[in-house]
Design a protein around this ligand. Structure first.
Ligand code: LMR
Length: 396
């Protein structure tokens, strides 16, 4: 049996962490994976999480199974966060939310559901997109295409190309869109451009699947979630995967959710019943702890306010690192312009480093980035930034 098993390539993102972990260089820096580190290079345990966990510990509740669709209080809190408590889709009970195993798990149960009910549709992802999007939808059985997105000449979005592609997709196509903080490029659409995208997507009967893994890392929780609410208002089916890995710094707890908007309460109930079958046949029901932590934090006014403060502090520190990176690169490499790093949003910078330069960074300096040149600005800090800038200047 195993004689015919080929060695699979390393994962393009998590494989970098494996290589980084094995590296003995004390100056090593991991700019690969999308993880926020504080100025001491540590993944923070947020105070709102610590307090929510203290409350849960106090209760010492038994660890029973969660329902297939997750903790009810969590699903409700997520739905209100994603769509707004007073939104029509929540009020009219047309939205359903299912707790999922991180944002990836949410994408996968959405993909499996879609394969069952839209088996002939094809999936369209941005060029480029998060490395796992293509593999994930392909493993659910879909043909995955890409639509133009990033324009290396302007370091922004090739909007005409994107809109043209949307206008020519067959009705029923599944379009994966990044709600905010586009991964990997950090190039987001403007409000006006989103308006046009929503018009085309709903007008042509495409199926939008919004991936929102970085809510709060762009402009703020509400601003980053605006496009989801606009899609919900526009009518038509809608899929939204969201994750608290980054925004609650709960990476290992795998806390995410999939929300789907249907045309009526009755339709939503049928959708939920089928989604539960997908979950049951994959992993039965989601884990308890992370969902409880997030539900407690979101539903307790004091903890919710604390979360917003802590998330804002992460957002601000990343912005400071962007500024510092640009200023320091300017000093070292005066003939090149890096201002684009400041306008990119979220955790990443699509740096323009080539694969060969990324390899040199890794092999000669133990600075780890994704082969595409994506670097995680949220892993820079006041202690490692000079080392990283020196290394980048040398490979440039
Ligand atoms: C990333 O893009 O680095 C993160 O979303 C982590 C992952 O699972 O790839």
């Amino acid at each position: 049996l195993f004689g015919a098993v080929d060695m699979a390539p390393r994962d393009p993102i998590l494989g970098i962490t494996e290589a980084y972990n094995a590296d003995k260089n004390p100056n090593k820096v991991n700019l690969g994976v999308g993880v926020y580190y504080d100025d001491n290079g540590k993944v923070p345990l947020l105070e709102c999480v610590r307090k929510a966990e203290a409350q849960l510990l106090e209760k010492a509740a038994p660890r029973t199974y969660l329902p297939i669709d997750g903790l009810a209080a969590y699903d409700k809190a997520v739905q209100e966060l994603v769509f707004g408590a007073d939104s029509a889709v929540v009020q009219e009970k047309r939205a359903i939310t299912v707790q999922a195993i991180g944002g990836t798990g949410a994408l996968k149960i959405g993909a499996d559901f879609l394969k069952r009910f839209a088996p002939d549709s094809q999936v369209w992802i941005s060029d480029p997109s998060w490395e796992n999007h293509r593999a994930l939808f392909e493993s659910a059985g879909f043909v995955v295409n890409s639509y133009p997105y990033y324009d290396p000449a302007t370091r922004g979005v090739n909007f005409a190309g994107m809109l043209g592609a949307l206008q020519s997709m067959p009705a029923g196509s599944i379009v994966l869109l990044h709600a905010c903080c586009h991964n990997p490029t950090g190039a987001d659409l403007t409000d006006e451009q989103w308006k046009q995208v929503i018009e085309v997507v709903t007008g042509r009967g495409l199926i939008p699947f919004l991936d929102m893994a970085y809510q709060g890392f762009g402009d703020g929780i509400d601003a980053d979630g605006r496009v989801v609410r606009q899609f919900a208002q526009a009518g038509g089916p809608l899929f939204v995967s969201n994750s608290f890995s980054k925004s609650f710094s709960l990476y290992g707890e795998r806390v995410g959710a999939l929300s789907i908007v249907a045309a009526s309460t009755e339709e939503a109930a049928r959708v939920l019943s089928q989604l539960k079958r997908v979950v049951r046949t994959n992993y039965s029901n989601p884990p308890l702890h992370g969902g409880q932590v997030v539900a407690t934090a979101l539903a307790t006014p004091e903890l919710r306010a604390l979360w917003e403060e802590e998330l804002a502090a992460m957002r601000v520190r990343i912005r400071e690192m962007r500024q510092a990176l640009v200023a320091k690169l300017k000093a070292k490499v005066p003939n090149q312009n890096f201002d684009f790093v400041i306008t990119q949003r979220g955790m990443f910078s699509y740096s323009g480093l080539t694969k060969a330069q990324v390899e040199r960074l890794r092999n000669e300096y133990s600075v780890y980035a994704v082969d595409t040149g994506r670097i995680c600005v949220a892993a820079l800090n006041s202690k490692n930034i000079d080392y990283v800038v020196d290394a980048i200047a040398k490979v440039l």
